[in-house]
Design a protein around this ligand. Structure first.
Ligand code: 1CP
Length: 378
């Protein structure tokens, strides 16, 4: 068991030695513009990375996946995970961060739900949580053991980066993980989870508590393995009603941030991203995150005012724009940078993951425009 998980089990009673572990981990990062922006410090240009930057739009990714035999093999073998995590950085010199190559669904898999991928249909679980018995059997897994392959991948990617850019570790939010655990797959209408939330809030909260505790340990171990920043993907927080979002999604993300801070990781920047969550920015700004991700429906300028220039914003180009042509892309990128305006605190990103149909050269157009045009704002 990693020392961090041991501390959590021991009741968080010796945070001093954890702090020293955290300090030991700090290595010199050559391009630290992404980290500086998360600390709201000055940078010469607006840093950028892309959600799903290592993925199917890259021919080299498709080739690696073919060699590996499956997507899960890419995740579980640290050499493949390292190879694909570095592919976008090798192709595009203007990317300012790397992200761990893995998936949010590794966590429910470690809980015994049986993740598998059905060709053309996406991820599915063999044992979804569809009755009370299964829910009461659910437990916090031995994260260090069952997700060791993820921490091995973090270490290996971190070594291969050799300080080139920072490495982002990540997890799904407790709510977003629960949607897959209860629905059993992606692409549903979320009726099962919503029925449970409204009719059996006790069961719903039981699952979310287990998820929050598991994710806290999972991210702590990723930090210990070398992640410089962590991000919570709350892809499905936006399906919640205005009255339920805070209770069922935001508060559980807050628990994770607090746990990481108690463990001595206050200095590790934390980003949250609720897709469809633009109306709740003022609330998101209060849970202790250093960065808030925004989808493309959100008005970046208004969001900046809402966070009072106190929290870094990440986003928010519509990924579909990358399917168009250079002139359109250039204009759209400039609009996003203009929306944020002069000053620090903006990380350029897409409003959601890059689509698999994106022409690789369009990404270069976006990145070159950001690098050139954003200098005037710094
Ligand atoms: O090769 C393939 O066919 C697999 C496609 C793929 C990839 C490249 C999946 C399956 N996951 C990933 C990698 C991945 N997933 C990364 C690391 C790569 C990078 O960013 O460079 C990350 C951060 C994720 C996170 C993830 N997985 C999220 C949250 C972010 C988001 O996009 O909203 C979610 C919801 C998932 C679930 C998932 N995994 C894969 C698919 C197709 C899905 C979506 C399922 C659905 O709801 O329809």
């Amino acid at each position: 068991m990693c020392s961090i998980c041991r501390r959590i089990l021991d009741g968080l009673n010796d945070s001093t030695s954890i702090k020293s572990t955290a300090l030991k981990l700090m290595t010199k990062i050559i391009n630290d513009s992404f980290l500086k922006t998360l600390r709201r410090e000055a940078t010469p240009y607006t840093p950028v990375w892309m959600m799903r930057q290592a993925g199917r739009y890259l021919p080299e990714y498709r080739a690696s996946r073919k060699t590996a035999g499956s997507f899960l093999e890419l995740c579980k073998n640290k050499n493949f995970a390292t190879e694909v995590a570095l592919q976008p950085l090798d192709r595009y010199p203007y990317l300012d961060a790397a992200i761990l190559f893995s998936d949010i669904l590794t966590v429910p898999d470690a809980m015994g739900l049986g993740l598998h991928f059905v060709e053309g249909e996406g991820p599915k679980f063999k044992y979804p949580l569809q009755d009370e018995e299964a829910i009461f059997k659910l437990d916090i897994p031995d994260v260090e053991e069952s997700l060791k392959y993820v921490f091995d991948a973090v270490k290996s990617i971190k070594d291969a980066l050799n300080g080139r850019v920072p490495l982002i570790g990540f997890s799904g939010s407790p709510w977003t993980l629960a949607t897959y655990m209860i629905e059993g797959q992606g692409g549903t209408d979320f009726m099962r989870i919503k029925k449970m939330m409204y009719s059996r809030p006790d069961l719903m909260n039981h699952i979310l508590k287990i998820n929050a505790e598991t994710v806290s340990r999972y991210l702590a171990c990723q930090i210990e393995a070398g992640a410089d920043v962590v991000m919570l993907f709350d892809t499905w927080g936006g399906i919640l009603s205005h009255h339920e979002y805070e209770h069922y999604s935001l508060n559980y993300m807050k628990v994770i941030i607090s746990n990481l801070n108690i463990l001595g990781f206050e200095k590790i920047p934390k980003i949250i991203f609720t897709k469809g969550g633009g109306q709740w920015i003022a609330k998101q700004a209060k849970i202790g995150a250093d960065g808030i991700g925004l989808d493309w429906q959100t008005n970046l300028n208004k969001a900046r005012n809402e966070v009072n220039d106190q929290i870094t914003l990440q986003g928010n180009l519509d990924p579909s724009i990358l399917l168009s042509e250079p002139k359109v892309i250039e204009a759209a990128v400039k609009k996003v940078l203009d929306d944020y305006g002069v000053g620090e605190g903006h990380i350029f990103n897409l409003g959601h993951g890059i689509t698999q149909f994106t022409p690789v050269e369009n990404v270069s157009v976006m990145l070159e425009t950001i690098r050139k045009y954003s200098k005037q704002f710094h």
